[in-house]
Design a protein around this ligand. Structure first.
Ligand code: ADP
Ligand code: MG
Length: 724
């Protein structure tokens, strides 16, 4: 069967597809968190003191002692076995954007040859996968290959089912033999602790006496594409790179805006509901789903949770999304830019910090007292984005997200903060000294009436901002759809910790002058705005004018590619930020730079090889086949005395030759290996290799619109995006 036949077969398979049999839906109350060993289940099965100990660990992060861990392990095993589980696995989060697991049976045999089950506290607490098989950058050097996984009791264990078996999954951290973080969870936990410590300093200085532990929260909106597997399986680029490397734009794309929030296709809705039921069983609070802007694009958003749990749930959700889609005959694409010419996919990371005594510190609240805390925390975020913008850009840098950022559909690669007009005015007034404090009749008048009137305005949205305040949280909108949310959360927590420490230092100075808290806070905020107010921007982030102003007048950085952004992880001010807050040592940070740089270059290298292969083995044969047909037709027509117009064959020949010439150039480029530094190599990938890939694509796409449709081997955009 030739390739083009498989394309037509795919269409016929989809057209004649029978709806998948689905289970009758069950009520939420019956399925919610049934597969999670959460606090409620522990309370049922644990003795009072053991439950108290584990609950304290879950709620405050204090370590769980060995005796109680033993008790929890036993209860966890019993619970899992009662649900038919025979295997358990530590699940951990290496530096790739996916999860890793190593499965072990509960089974051991005794001297009589009987199978018994065993699961001790020590097995629960520590596992020992081979560290060398995971990317670890320069940490590879440190004491060979050994790596440890260790139970994170703050994230609940859960059961994953397949048709004929179930496995108990235990969320874990992953570290090297020498104790360095090799994963995305350890820095997330550390950054939360650093933010908590700095936040308490500020709240204490502001006169708060009772301060519960502060925790970051995260709610992530996940965009994705669905393509029928019959199409996806005949596209080598979708299979291996997760995006189309070729494909001419269809006559109809998203220009009618008819997909966004439109009626969800039934087949997709069935998939979504199936997915959501699985998420509910795992205690993942899926909340909204809808069509997105591009045809074939959708979004799912769970309700927000504590950042550490949200990050684990996000990973689990991405895994389940792909697996469930497959069951429904779709390939689910998490890639940030699967199709050229239509919108790509992002992951908006909604982030706030809160505790049980002061509530959400990014919520303006309804009293002046709340307002001051809010203004200080919000100000601290503004300072963080200004000072550490390049870090925020670096943690969302990837070969795939580079296609989306700054492409006039997604936030620019310049980090600025959007506050909304009212709040921006409040901060401007503070900067200009227009908001003062006074004492009237013994009662403090904070003069903050205008802040009190501050209203959350959901209509006041700026879709072009990479980092926007949305009423009671910040929304980091530049994060890529395929990325783990941990990197962005670590960056936000850590920059906030640093800024809150700066605020606390400055408050101490102001308070030492004998100022009251309100006066001190406003003086600190005035200073902060003078130093960092330039990062606030409420206009059109897509405009060329902003790109000029941001760089020339505001001193902000425009870092369009990963090659521009990642090297910031090696700069002193970023190294100091992580070392001072205790989130990542210099060695750990350097290893991350190396791993991410390597992933970036490998991704581009794989794509480049695919481009060469597809151009040679799919596009070239189709074009030459058509040329041969045309030549034959023209010769026969000439025999009849009819002269055919040669425009099309000439154009096809020209494009084909140009494509093949570019392929030769790309082959030469990927053979180059002598680079002076990682940075130089990354730049070569970003500019030379990518440039050549684009060049080949432009010729191939031109050919797609000229070669006879029945000879074209690859499913076309219109088919993949519109046939469901
Ligand atoms: P929109 O599309 O309007 O931005 P959604 O409702 O789709 O909003 O998603 C908003 C996300 O933000 C949800 O995951 C929601 O739970 C989350 N969220 C709401 N409040 C907070 C908060 N205080 N902190 C963190 N995330 C929040
Ligand atoms: Mg949003």
């Amino acid at each position: 069967m030739s390739e083009n036949e498989s394309r037509f077969q795919a269409i016929s398979h989809i057209t004649n597809r029978k709806a998948m049999p689905v289970a009758t839906p069950e009520p939420l109350s019956k399925i919610w968190a049934t597969d999670v060993f959460n606090l409620a289940k522990m309370e049922e099965s644990l003795a009072k003191n053991a439950f108290k100990a584990v609950k304290q660990t879950v709620q405050t992060g204090v370590p769980l002692d060995a005796i109680h861990a033993e008790v929890v392990a036993a209860a966890m095993k019993d619970w899992a076995m009662s649900k038919g589980v025979k295997f358990f696995s530590h699940i951990f989060y290496p530096l790739t954007n996916i999860t890793a697991e190593k499965h072990d049976g509960f089974i051991v045999t005794n001297s009589e040859g009987n199978a018994i089950t065993e699961f001790s506290g020590s097995l629960l607490i520590k596992g020992e996968p081979d560290g060398s098989s995971f990317p670890n950058g320069s940490l590879r050097m440190t004491n060979a290959a050994r790596g440890y996984t260790a139970w994170d009791p703050t994230s609940p264990a859960f059961i994953m089912h397949t048709e004929n078996g179930s496995t108990l999954m235990i969320p874990s951290v992953f570290m090297s033999w020498t104790g360095e973080a090799l994963d995305k969870k350890i820095p997330l936990l550390r950054s939360n602790a650093a933010m908590d410590k700095a936040g308490r300093r500020v709240l204490t200085l502001m006169g708060e006496t009772e301060i519960a532990p502060l925790n970051a929260s995260c709610g992530a909106e996940q965009e994705y594409f669905l393509v029928d597997s019959n199409f996806a399986n005949t596209r080598p680029d979708l299979l291996l790179a997760g995006r189309t490397l070729f494909g001419a734009s269809p006559a109809k794309g998203q220009q009618f805006d008819d997909h966004y929030f439109g009626a969800i296709p039934t087949r997709v809705q069935v998939f979504m509901q199936d997915l959501e039921d699985q998420l509910y069983r795992l205690g993942i609070p899926a909340k909204t789903h809808h069509n997105e802007v591009a045809p074939g694009q959708f979004e799912i958003a769970p309700y927000y949770e504590a950042a550490n749990i949200a990050a684990d749930h996000q990973q689990l959700m991405m895994t389940l999304m792909k697996a469930t889609a497959k069951k429904h005959g779709f390939m689910l694409l998490l890639h940030e830019k699967p199709f050229a010419g239509i919108n790509g996919s992002g992951k908006h990371v909604n982030w706030s910090v809160a505790n049980t005594t002061q509530g959400n510190l990014l919520d303006p609240g309804s009293t002046p007292h709340d307002n001051l805390n809010f203004l200080l925390f919000c100000g601290a975020v503004i300072r963080g984005v200004d000072k550490y913008g390049p870090l925020l850009r670096a943690v969302i840098a990837s070969a795939s997200n580079d296609h989306r950022l700054g492409a006039n559909e997604a936030p620019p690669a310049i980090l600025s903060v959007y506050l909304g007009s009212q709040l921006e005015q409040v901060f401007q007034d503070i900067k200009e000294g227009k908001i003062a404090t006074s004492t009237k009749g013994g009662e403090m008048d904070l003069g903050l009436a205008q802040i009190l009137k501050f209203e959350r305005d959901p209509g006041d949205r700026n879709r072009t901002s990479p980092f926007a305040f949305t009423g009671n949280r910040f929304e980091f909108r530049a994060v890529g759809s395929a990325q783990s949310v941990s990197g962005p959360l670590v960056a936000m927590n850590t920059m906030l910790a640093d800024s809150l420490n700066w605020v606390a230092d400055a408050l101490e100075v102001e308070l030492a002058k004998g100022n009251d808290q309100a006066t001190a806070a406003l003086a600190v905020l005035k200073q902060l705005m003078e130093l960092h107010g330039n990062v606030i921007f409420g206009g059109d982030g897509y405009s060329a004018e902003w790109h000029r102003i941001a760089v020339e007048e505001r001193g902000l950085l425009n870092l369009p590619t990963t090659a521009d952004a990642l090297p910031y992880l090696r700069q002193d001010f970023i190294k100091e930020l992580f070392a001072n807050t205790g989130v990542l040592s210099n060695v750990e940070l350097e290893s991350r730079f190396e791993v991410y740089a390597e992933q970036y270059m490998l991704t581009i290298e794989v794509e480049a090889k695919l481009v060469i292969e597809m151009a040679k083995t799919l596009v070239y044969p189709a074009s030459t086949h058509y040329l041969a047909d045309l030549a034959m037709t023209n010769a026969s027509m000439a025999d009849l005395g009819v002269e055919m117009d040669n425009t099309i064959p000439t154009s096809i020949a020209t494009e084909t030759n140009a494509m093949i010439a570019a392929v030769a150039e790309l082959e030469q480029a990927i053979a180059k290996h002598d680079f002076d530094s990682i940075e130089q190599h990354m730049n070569f990938c970003a500019n030379d290799i990518r440039g050549l890939m684009d060049k080949i694509r432009s010729h191939a796409d031109a050919l797609e619109s000229e070669v006879a449709d029945d000879l074209w081997p690859l499913p076309k955009y219109r088919e993949m995006l519109f046939i469901k």
